[in-house]
Ligand binder design. Structure first.
Ligand code: AMP
Length: 564
């Protein structure tokens, strides 16, 4: 694999990237940096955010700029204030050993006089949003005459936001421009037109497929009735206890209403939409970045340029009107090598729109079942147990409380204590989900079917035939009492399992439901699982021979010793 040094960058930049923890260039960096170091070649980079495109243009820019000349030589134009600040932040990191280079961010919604003062200090690089830049040009605070390099970042977003004229103005008024570097996630006709008009024989680099989203994103969708959208959203949030995500709505009103409703119900969420003042917006973004907010709900316009790391989920509360917007939304997760999930909540008549999106994204979309109330409770329960077991008790003087605790709990068994802890934590969920209906819309199902299922009735209640769903419901509700067998497995408490997490593990691996299981005996090295005879084969097939922490799992019939 190639290194930053081999790309021909200034030594000080190589040192800075290494300090930032960059080991190898990303594909766009590997392809773009050698071209851009030449300083005269126009370039089109088709790349999503998260591919490392900022460094792909910032590093060569820092290499070719004349440090001793204290006037603007490079202009980076991008759609939003957030992106401006993000780019400047990265450049500041890269130029750590190049003290003579100055960079400034200019964007709307902040004091223009302070920005003018910063520019006058002698900057070589200006990072700007189009509107504010034009404003500064008109006030003669910025002179484009000596600009040699123009970078257009997220060009498609800028055109979507109506900045086409501003961009053309900038390109027309940079008379000694030596090269233009355009980066975009998609390549709509309008961008082609701009590039034909203002760029000279550009080299084109595509990372991944043009118009596609990142392959590290798992695209999932859930089908529900339109009136159950909110309920479904809530259930999906509850089913993912560690979620750190952005929910997209089409309207400001939806963003606001849902945020208010969820806040009232105890969720850490706030809304980002066009009606917020800049300080309000900054406050929300800060809380989200600090993770004091677990969820952010936003309209597309308000979310432009947001770059927050480690977003686990993007949720489309509704599909966007414009299919390309989907790409931008989903690109907020799965960044820089991590993986993410993009969830869409749709109703059955929206399937055709999903197909259109799928065509553009060119990635598989997985249809998922909306979890049942029971599933949610189980998930929450296990997450809570994991938190309990991994709670850090090394700080604080907990030891000194132990005798007191022992005295207080002397007459209560460990089981009772655990039950009460669980009750304190879970009452909200258990009460809410106790009688929760099924929110899925299934193919071919009519309204009456759905209503019955959602309220927990099956067809027999209406005197109709027993159907497959009715049978399944019976199974879900009974405690297993049928014919059992015992399975042996070479996994035990030494592998870090306790009974509940082990049970979750074997159920997850085998895709079986809890009610097929009976007694579980765990020893250090091995365990024994009592299971419905009819489910035993599936369990053995799903686990036997698979790897756990590098070790091969052996599972077989405990009575006969043989494989099933
Ligand atoms: P971008 O596509 O420019 O928004 O970059 C996404 C993230 O990847 C940023 O947080 C960068 O700091 C990070 N990044 C960029 N290049 C590399 C690299 N070569 N190695 C590791 N991280 C990188």
């Amino acid at each position: 694999m190639i290194t930053f040094e081999q790309l021909g960058l200034d030594d000080r930049l190589v040192k800075a990237t290494s300090e930032l923890g960059y080991i190898h260039p990303t594909p766009i960096q590997e392809q773009a940096i050698p071209v851009l170091l030449g300083a005269t070649q126009d370039l089109i980079g088709l790349a999503q955010t998260g591919t490392g495109k900022t460094a792909a243009f910032a590093l060569p820019l820092l290499s070719i700029i004349k440090e001793d000349k204290k006037y603007p030589q490079a202009l980076i134009v991008c759609p939003t204030r957030e992106l401006c600040l993000q780019i400047v932040k990265e450049i500041v990191g890269f130029k750590k050993f190049m003290k003579e280079i100055n960079v400034v961010a200019v964007y709307g919604g902040a004091s223009i006089s302070l920005q003018i003062r910063d520019i006058k200090r002698g900057v070589q690089i200006i990072v700007a949003t189009p509107g504010r830049l034009i404003d500064l040009i008109e006030r003669k605070a910025v002179n484009l005459e000596k600009i040699q390099y123009v970078v257009l970042d997220e060009a498609d977003e800028m055109l979507n936001m109506g900045f086409q004229d501003d961009i053309e103005f900038i390109l027309k008024n940079t008379p000694i421009r030596e090269s233009t570097w355009l980066f975009s996630a998609t390549m709509p006709a309008a961008i082609r037109k701009v590039s034909k008009k203002y760029m000279d024989n550009p080299v084109e680099i595509t990372v991944g497929k043009a118009n596609t989203v990142n392959t590290s994103i798992d695209h999932q969708y859930y089908v529900t009735a339109a009136q159950h959208r909110y309920e479904t959203l809530k259930r999906l949030i509850d089913f993912n206890p560690g979620i750190y995500g952005i929910i997209f709505t089409r309207t400001k009103a939806d963003a606001q209403n849902i945020a208010e409703k969820l806040t009232r119900e105890g969720y850490d969420i706030d809304a980002l939409h066009g009606d917020l003042t800049q300080p309000q917006r900054d406050r929300v973004m800060k809380q989200f970045r600090d993770r004091s907010l677990q969820l952010l709900i936003a309209t597309d316009v308000a979310a432009r340029g947001i770059d927050v790391k480690e977003i686990t989920h993007v949720i489309n509360y509704e599909l966007p009107d414009d299919v390309e917007v989907y790409t931008h939304r989903s690109g907020r997760t799965g960044r820089a090598g991590s993986t993410g999930i993009c969830i869409s909540i749709i109703h059955s008549r929206e399937s055709y729109r999903l197909k259109q999106i799928q065509k553009i994204v060119q990635a598989p979309f997985n249809k998922m079942e909306i979890p049942s109330g029971k599933d949610v409770c189980r998930k929450q329960f296990f997450s809570f147990m994991d938190r309990l077991l991994s709670a850090d008790v090394s700080h604080g003087d907990y030891e000194s409380y132990v005798p007191m605790l022992e005295e207080r709990f002397a007459d209560i068994s460990k089981e009772e204590v655990l039950k009460r802890v669980a009750a304190l934590e879970f009452d909200r969920f258990l009460q809410y989900y106790e009688n929760a209906g099924d929110l899925n819309v299934r193919p071919g199902e009519n309204r009456a079917d759905r209503r019955d299922r959602q309220t927990g009735r099956d067809r027999r209640d209406r005197g109709g035939d027993n159907d497959r769903r009715g049978q399944r419901k019976d199974r879900d509700n009974r405690d297993f009492q049928g014919d059992t067998t015992r399975l042996f497995i070479n996994i035990g408490t030494k592998d870090g399992f306790y009974k509940a997490s082990f049970l979750q593990f074997i159920l997850d691996m085998s895709d079986l439901r809890k009610d097929v299981l009976g007694r579980i005996d765990m020893k250090e090295m091995n365990s024994w699982v009592e299971i419905d005879k009819n489910a035993a084969t599936q369990m053995v097939r799903s686990l036997d021979g698979k790897k756990f922490k590098g070790r091969k799992i052996r599972m077989n019939d405990a009575e006969t010793g043989g494989r099933r």
